[in-house]
Design a protein around this ligand. Sequence first.
Ligand code: DAH
Length: 327
Amino acid sequence: MLSKLDKLQDDAIVEIGTVDSINGLETWRVTYLGSKGRLKGVMPFMKDVPKEEKPAVGKRLNEVKNALESAFDTRKGELARSTSDRHPMDVTEPGKDVALGRRHIITKTIDGITEVFSRMGFSVAYGPEVEDEHHNFNALNIPYDHPARDPIDNFFMGNDRMLRSQTSTVQIRVMESTPPPIKIIAVGRVYRPDTHDATHFSMFHQCEGLLVAPKVSMVDLKTTLFQFAKSYFGEEAEVRFRPSFFPFTEPSAEVDMKMKIKGTWQWVEIGGCGLVDPNVFEQLGYDNEKWQGFAFGLGIERVAMLKYGIQDIRWLFENDARFLRQF
Ligand code: DAH
């Protein structure tokens, strides 16, 4: 009897090692542990076992049964984990969603503004964000004692290096390297050490415009900005000039645009402009008798915040995807 049990256990363990499917495992279970299986099959021989050996044989019988049952559980776990019994790849299963991302709201605003001016024939120019005082101030006719040069309002880095505080620097760089006529916009970052709050940030973006031609007037300037406003903000948009002063333009004006904010059309100040000051041309060697020009500078964040109803400039640069996803 004991040798029968040994043989049964050996056979079962060897055979279960060759089982490689759930169906095969079920057949094995029926063969060894089923109600008509081999384990049940040895039971009738129990009556032939001498009385004094019965406890030992009974114990062995239990051991074999436990061994087979645990072999069954182990193999079942292995098969479930292995790929052999799984379906092959299902090519009809929908793929995983790919997060496509999106343009940042400022990038989108820049692209929109650039697109409108491109259609009007302006090309796009770039300049460095690390500038010198010549391009940021002197060449723009901003005298040494002008408040805009106060160290408290600028990121001076020593060695005549600073982070540009305005994109007007690009006007100078383009005129230095290109003979007139000129028709460009320059979009980019500018830096001022403002304390951060809902409307101030130490880095923001401007869109600069410059046109140099034989005859340029305030009418050309206003018409250009008017066309931009209509195209960018909608047919009912308007432009209003308020007299002002900038060292690099004469005359100068503040630019207001009428745009739709939360359903109603309202006047909003979005930049400055004017006709290029003769001192600027002279310093560059441009002939003031032959050339005239207009220039303007618009605040990109201001446009974006008004157009999309954003109340705090800091939200634009915190990189909180929950905020950025809305636009
Ligand atoms: N650079 C000026 C600023 O940052 C904005 C500006 C005003 C630009 C008048 C211009 C201009 O080109 O003509 O405040």
